[in-house]
Ligand binder design. Structure first.
Ligand SMILES: NC(=O)C1=CN([C@@H]2O[C@H](COP(=O)(O)OP(=O)(O)OC[C@H]3O[C@@H](n4cnc5c(N)ncnc54)[C@H](O)[C@@H]3O)[C@@H](O)[C@H]2O)C=CC1
Ligand SMILES: O=C([O-])CC(=O)C(=O)O
Length: 334
């Protein structure tokens, strides 16, 4: 039996993500939560002929507790998206509190669930979640993930457009670091199969992967940020976590994790020169969540080393901001 939960299920990401989860035969129960519209979204999805039994709750009448109780995996796309001219960090003011409160609910009602954080800024919301879970003495680093899959999906898509590969799924590019602009570090030198990117196209490709989110924000022109591609990516990562939970072996996905708590994380930390606790690297998944962080850093090329240096600087501040916010949270919220 697998119970999946979406917090923020009525939103631009939440609805298509819930659709994909409802359609998945891997899920037996799907529970949706949002501050608006969840009964309607749940009623609509309930007509789909698939195994998952579906419920939808609002905050009233202990809705969060009812949603989360018994959950095995909780995906969080709750929070406001960017408009043109905003950075992901500009979302911190509102989304930090939303993530703090929702993770407090997880700590109370389903402390063993896998937690997949989509809400931006991921570089800060994941450290917030970790601190809240620590304060409740239920933090298991192998079960907390920042979802960076959209960067990996973009890397495949945009690289394929240059190499001419028609099926972009066949190109796998590890993407490490964080999830915003220059903290995103695509490792094109480690693409599988090896890709020959013309020298005059390399910088442009790296930039497009790092700032792909901006393309969508600009095109939506005030109507939000990536939702459909994010639902695709979020579902892909959730599906990988569930498949690993069910015993499938050899599943590796880049994801933003707490390095000191994951096997292999210390080696990554050392390669980063220390002082960075959260970082996205390819992580092997198993029934207990993150089994092993792999460390591609010793094999990257000089150009990628430069990108990494810049990423580390930005990431440190984002992580500290999240940790400080969570530590200052009123005890009542904990
Ligand atoms: N990790 C990633 O790669 C990506 C992350 N995002 C982020 O995902 C988040 C959501 O984006 P969209 O779905 O486009 O936004 P949206 O505004 O369409 O949906 C957000 C939903 O969250 C709900 N919500 C707000 N406060 C809540 C609370 N306390 N409890 C439960 N639900 C709550 C809203 O009612 C709304 O339905 C944003 O922060 C965005 O920046 C977006 C794309 C990619
Ligand atoms: O750009 C944004 O704000 C949303 C996001 O994280 C992405 O599309 O990668």
């Amino acid at each position: 039996m697998v119970k999946a939960v979406v917090l923020g299920a009525s939103g631009g990401i939440g609805q298509p993500l819930s659709l994909l989860l409802k359609a998945s035969p891997l899920i037996d129960e799907l529970s949706l939560y949002d501050v608006v519209n969840t009964p309607g979204v749940a009623a609509d999805l309930s007509h789909i002929s698939s195994p998952a039994q579906i419920t939808g709750y609002l905050p009233a009448d202990d809705g969060l507790e009812k949603t989360l109780t018994g959950a095995d995996i909780v995906v969080i796309p709750a929070g406001i998206p960017r408009k043109p001219g905003m950075t992901r960090d500009d979302l911190f003011k509102i989304n930090a509190g939303i993530v703090r409160d929702l993770v407090t609910g997880i700590a109370k009602f389903c402390p063993k669930a896998f937690i997949l954080i989509i809400s931006n800024p991921v570089n800060s919301t994941v450290p917030i979640a970790a601190e809240i879970l620590k304060a409740h003495k239920v933090f298991d680093p192998s079960r907390l993930f920042g979802v960076t899959t959209l960067d990996v999906v973009r890397a495949s898509t945009f690289t394929a457009q240059i190499t001419g590969e028609k099926d972009s799924r066949k190109i796998v590019v590890p993407v490490i670091g964080g999830h915003s602009g220059e903290t995103i570090v695509p490792l094109l030198s480690l693409a599988k199969p090896a890709c020959d990117i013309p020298a005059d196209k390399l910088d442009g490709l790296v930039h497009r992967i790092q700032f792909g989110g901006d393309e969508v924000v600009a095109a939506k022109n005030g109507g939000g940020s990536a939702t459909l591609s994010m639902a695709f990516a979020g579902f892909r990562f959730a599906e990988s976590v569930i498949k690993a939970l069910k015993g499938e072996k050899g599943i590796v996905e880049p994801t933003f994790v707490y390095l000191p708590g994951v096997s292999g994380g210390d080696e990554v930390s050392k390669s980063l020169g220390g002082g960075i606790d959260f970082f996205a690297v390819p992580v092997e998944l198993g029934p207990q969540g993150a089994v092993k962080a792999t460390n591609p850093i010793p094999t990257i090329n000089d150009n990628e080393k430069k990108l990494l240096e810049i990423a580390i600087k930005g990431l440190k501040g984002n992580i500290e901001k999240g940790v400080e916010f969570a530590r200052a949270a009123e005890p009542a919220k904990l």
